[in-house]
Write a protein that binds this ligand. Sequence first.
Ligand code: NDP
Length: 298
Amino acid sequence: MTATLIDGKAVAEDIDRRVGQAAAQLRGLLGRKPGLAVVLIGDDPASEVYVRNKVRRAAQAGMESMEIRKPASITQDEAIAIVRQLNGNPSVDGILVQMPLPDHIDAGAVINAINPDKDVDGLTAVSAGRLLAGEDGLRPCTPAGCVLLAERAMGDLTGKSVVVIGRSILVGKPAALLFLEKNCTVTIAHSRTRNLPELCRSADILVAAVGRPEMVQGDWIKPGACVLDVGINRVDAPEKGPGKTRLVGDVDFAAASEKAGWITPVPGGIGPMTIAMLLRNTMTAAARRAGIDLAVAR
Ligand code: NDP
């Protein structure tokens, strides 16, 4: 392996620590802990794990974390009413609705009911519009984590060519806009893109957010590039025993590490950054709502 491994877990721990310091400072100024509310509808086992991790990390960082659990049978209006109640709760600074929602609920309608100033996942249409317009706002967590890791690895990103594979509203599109904000030259690739390997070979920074195990091959990587693997895919691992599985990214890690300058592993790369960015967003939201300028909030 020639690439330097980007340790997302270590960076996330560093951010959590700084968020914790800011939370203590903010607690003194506000007379209360910054508050994060997480709404979980239904009993999806993966969502249960994500919510548990978010609530635990928020509490560890010195925040008040509130978990609202509702059965999958609740109606869309009831889900929206929960969000509106949280919008009006002065001790709640950040609201997160865990995805996916049950099929009978329009996720967009529920997300867009969140007050954009409490939208710590950065997924409301208003937050997306603020990002597009270059206005202050809460940025989506996973893409923000990608940019932060790229900056930690490469320093100033001005002028870098970035290829983002994937155009979802959750990862690909906001990642492209966030790299653009850093003065990168950005190309967004998707399932209809022609000559994808060749395009990828032009990238100083390659972001893979596809959801296809190990799709990005070693010879797609420009020598010395920074490879950010967002994908989380569970695949069979017969070598670990019958019925066993393991997690892999969208990049063939072993081959790509021979070409890249920096690379994120899966797990332990982008994944831990997502919650760190959520906590940072919650601090930002709490500070802005109180009109306080905190270093971590910038
Ligand atoms: P989506 O399924 O919403 O989007 C996938 C994108 O990949 C689409 O834009 C699709 O193109 C594109 N795509 C699919 N096949 C190809 C192909 N053969 N060539 C080029 N592009 C292709 O996924 P998400 O953006 O939500 O997530 C992507 C991955 O990131 C998943 O593995 C997910 O689990 C992971 N993830 C990880 C997070 C973390 O914290 N680390 C957080 C969020 C997601 P088209 O639009 O044309 O269909």
